[in-house]
Write a protein that binds this ligand. Structure first.
Ligand code: NAD
Ligand code: WQD
Length: 355
């Protein structure tokens, strides 16, 4: 659907300068929505906002605001009030800290930022009668699920403070939606990877990447010398961890599909949970092969012990999103690798000035 004219719905995107939020903001603008971004840039760059605008050929309203700063956030919401009504059609809430390992070292920082930040946001929304929400949750809430593929009714048991923040926020959204007649969609992402097909937007991890794909990209570009495969004795087809990798652009389309269903599939008082994954999994060794093949580079690797907290398999059952959101992941693994490589090879330093 392409929206035109001056009655474009305004979407407030928290964390819109970050990896997924920036890609999603481009898609929103290109689909005809207006976009206001709230981000404190703690894990992102102002340059991402410029790239979003260049790619979409339209401006965003950018507010460098911390969700924990209630007065500043309230002022942002107040700015969009008109005749006692908010111009904000819906909020997509990406903002948060996401490093699993760091969350075990600094749990209070994660609970404060993710949970308190979300509470302040939700209170602002309710005060301004903005009652449509799309929330970034994670497959990490499932922990080690008893069966595969994982459907939305599977028991949740996150095994890190980060994962618990994602689950607690889901619960807050469910309670708030029920009590205050919000229409909410909770999207549980599996493993988002890849970059914008233009090569102008992508993930910029801080320091040495924790995640497989950004790490592989830095080995391929020569910034890191080799990758360690974490664990070779999992109960998977080659003994290495298996994940459901999903192209970030497919993920973005999932958000647009969710926005369209607010008001239809998702009625007031309802917080509907959807897995966003492909339903196909790849092991670490298969990912190394695929990335090496797609980029025509050699990826030196060594086999190592398991990483604490990792599970053997995370594989989505995406059928609910396929049917109810009328959404399906389209990009294959080769495309995930090629698009990531285009970004990494043309911007070896990401958004840093030296790139
Ligand atoms: P990211 O770190 O690139 O983006 C998050 C953005 O939020 C950053 O720009 C950061 O500056 C901003 N932010 C953090 N705390 C803030 C605060 N208090 N106030 C204002 N802005 C704040 O992360 P991402 O990969 O784009 O992830 C987006 C969301 O998706 C997160 O909520 C994350 O938990 C969730 N998620 C990510 C993945 C993944 O693998 N990338 C998987 C599942 C879920
Ligand atoms: C994938 C596979 C590793 C690095 C994380 C978060 C999760 C979610 C998505 C936010 C695993 C292996 C990795 C390396 C390796 N994020 N690996 N060598 O752990 O599935 O999920 O990102 O919500 O919460 O935990 O992703 O990319 O780190 O790992 O062998 O140097 O690659 O063991 O099997 P993970 P990942």
């Amino acid at each position: 659907m392409m929206l035109t004219g001056q009655d474009r719905p305004l979407i407030l995107v928290t964390g819109g300068a970050g990896y997924i939020g920036s890609h999603c903001s481009v898609e929103l603008l290109q689909s005809g929505y207006d976009v206001a971004i709230v981000d404190n840039l703690c894990n992102s760059f102002r340059a991402a906002i410029t790239r979003i605008e260049e790619l979409a050929g339209r401006k965003v309203d950018f507010h460098q605001v911390d969700l924990l700063d209630e007065l500043a956030l309230e002022a942002v919401f107040a700015q969009y009030d008109e005749d006692g009504k908010s111009k904000i059609h819906a909020v997509i809430h990406f903002a948060g800290l996401k490093a699993v390992g760091e969350s075990s070292q600094e749990p209070l920082k994660y609970y404060q930022n993710n949970i308190t930040g979300s509470l302040i946001l939700f209170q602002c929304m309710e005060r301004h009668s903005v009652r449509r929400l799309v929330y970034s949750s994670s497959a990490t809430v499932y922990g080690e699920p008893p069966t595969y593929p994982i459907h939305e009714e599977c028991p949740t048991s996150p095994n890190s403070p980060y994962g618990r923040t994602k689950l607690f926020i889901e619960r807050i959204i469910e309670d708030t939606s029920r009590t205050h007649s919000w229409q909410s969609v909770i999207l549980r992402y599996f493993n988002p990877v890849g970059a914008h097909p233009s090569g102008e937007l992508g993930e910029h991890p801080q320091g040495i990447p924790n995640n497989l794909m950004p790490y592989l990209a830095q080995v391929a570009i020569g910034k890191l010398s080799s990758i360690t495969v974490f664990g070779t004795d999992y109960f998977t087809r080659d003994g290495t961890g298996l994940r459901d990798y999903i192209h970030v652009m497919d993920l973005c389309r999932g958000h647009l599909a969710a926005l369209l269903e607010l008001g239809t599939v998702v009625t007031p008082g309802c917080a509907e949970i959807f897995n966003l994954g492909t339903g196909t999994g790849y092991t670490v060794l298969e990912m190394i092969d695929a990335f090496s093949e797609a980029t025509k580079t050699d990826i030196p690797f060594q086999l190592g012990p398991r990483r604490p907290g990792d599970v053997a398999t995370l594989l989505a059952d995406p059928i609910k999103a396929n049917e109810q959101l009328k959404w399906r992941a389209e990009y294959n693994l080769n495309r995930m690798c090629v698009d990531l490589w285009r970004w990494q090879s043309t911007h070896p330093n990401g958004f840093s000035k030296s790139s």
